[in-house]
Design a protein around this ligand. Structure first.
Ligand SMILES: Cc1ncc(COP(=O)(O)O)c(C=O)c1O
Length: 302
């Protein structure tokens, strides 16, 4: 059996054994990076988060990440209690405390904070939000292209739990990941309510057919920042790109497939439901998009 991997695997880095974390205005070590069992995030998954990546001293696409964070917080009626500048300062302080310059990943989390009693109603969260940052040295490593399995868990309609909310509660995605794992795959391919191919449990999903790049319409999936950048890059480079409905038939028959996300940028897919995609290796269009994306990151960091 081939070794297990995930779309977020990173090379082991011993510097991660002694990290400094941000928690509610303080920089703390691992032993003190703890929240209450009354925290809304722990008890109910009531919070929002962002994953950001550091390249050459700069947080890539930080404006877009902060826009999405504040939009999600507003949508769940959560007052972060910090300005954008204060959040950025918290990221920078944590970065400096860890001596990080490049290839670092931050998980910025905001929950509704500590509750007075162990029940659901948000009015029970009366102490203000909990803001925490986990920052790790991380270099994605991928011994082989990702293997995917289609799962029964779908991306739902926006009036249940809008898939555009980067919420702490990720149970739908976690169940999808478990189903994929049980099927011997690394990542779950999730369909939308109509049965069209939509996205994955933790990344956005693209296929390449006859030189054209296809991704879902954008309904039902996370409004991924990397997804948006890939679409923009394709348009600029005159690579035909379409946001459209497509099925598993067109997916199995694709020449290439790849995932997008802040952590892995563009991650090649080798197999879906036991069907080899194209050559089973990273394809030329995915390679080209990776090069273009690296260029964009370099432009961002000058
Ligand atoms: C479900 C899901 N899809 C896709 C993404 C990728 O989004 P981005 O490219 O902004 O990292 C994420 C990341 O938070 C996610 O949670």
């Amino acid at each position: 059996m081939t070794q297990k991997q995930t779309a977020h695997d990173a090379a082991h880095d011993p510097r991660n054994d002694d990290l400094t974390y941000y928690l509610n205005g303080a920089l703390v070590d691992h032993a003190h990076a703890v929240v209450s069992i009354y925290d809304s995030g722990f008890m109910l998954g009531d919070g929002v988060w962002e994953g950001l990546r550091l390249y050459d001293g700069r947080w890539a696409f930080v404006d877009e990440h902060l826009d999405r964070l504040f939009e999600a917080a507003k949508a769940i009626d959560l007052d972060i209690g910090m300005t954008r500048a204060e959040i950025l300062a918290a990221l920078e302080d944590t970065r400096a405390a860890n001596g990080m310059e490049t290839d670092a990943h931050a998980r910025l989390m905001v929950t509704r904070g500590v509750k007075t009693r162990p029940f659901q109603h948000p009015a029970l969260s009366q102490q203000g939000p909990t803001v925490a940052i986990i920052m790790e040295h991380s270099r994605p490593t991928l011994p082989r292209p990702i293997r995917m399995a289609t799962v029964p868990h779908i991306r739902g309609l926006p009036m249940t739990q809008d898939p555009k909310l980067n919420s702490h509660s990720k149970l739908n995605c976690i169940l999808a990941a478990i189903a994929a794992d049980k099927a011997g795959a690394d990542e779950a391919l999730m369909l939308d309510v109509h049965g069209f191919v939509n996205t994955t449990n933790s990344c956005n999903f693209f296929i390449v057919r006859n030189g054209e790049v296809w991704t879902s319409t954008g309904d039902y999936c996370m409004n991924g920042i990397t997804r948006a950048k890939v679409i923009e890059l394709c348009r600029t480079a005159a690579i035909p790109v379409f946001e459209k409905n497509f099925s598993l038939v067109e997916t199995y028959g694709a020449d290439e497939a790849f995932l997008t996300g802040t952590f892995g940028a563009q991650t090649p897919v080798g197999e879906i439901d036991g069907r080899v995609i194209g050559s089973g290796k990273i394809g030329p269009v995915t390679e080209r998009i990776r090069v273009l994306y690296k260029g964009l990151i370099q432009q961002e960091t000058v």
